[in-house]
Design a protein around this ligand. Structure first.
Ligand SMILES: [Zn+2]
Length: 86
């Protein structure tokens, strides 16, 4: 069975190729958007969708899930969503 991940905003289950992965690196504490396979840590997934991304930043939701105090770059996420739209 295919392994699915859940968008933190809408709760929809999707194959991980259809989601943006955001990982807080376990060792450095850096937040990495679309990390490569060498990055390990707490992760969150979001749809390639402006609404899901915007909602993830409301009430600091994304940071809370990642237990991160770092400012996550919303613009980068939005541009990923835009690229996917084309
Ligand atoms: Zn979503």
């Amino acid at each position: 069975m295919e392994h699915k991940r859940k968008c933190i905003t809408c709760g929809e289950l999707k194959p991980k190729e259809e989601l943006i992965k955001i990982t807080k690196e376990h060792t450095s504490g850096n937040v990495v958007i679309m990390p490569n396979s060498k990055v390990f840590g707490r992760s969150a997934y979001l749809c390639y969708n402006k609404d899901c991304i915007s909602m993830a930043f409301k009430k600091n939701r994304l940071n809370k899930i990642l237990k991160s105090g770092i400012n996550i770059d919303k613009e980068t996420l939005l541009s990923l969503a835009q690229q996917k739209d084309k």
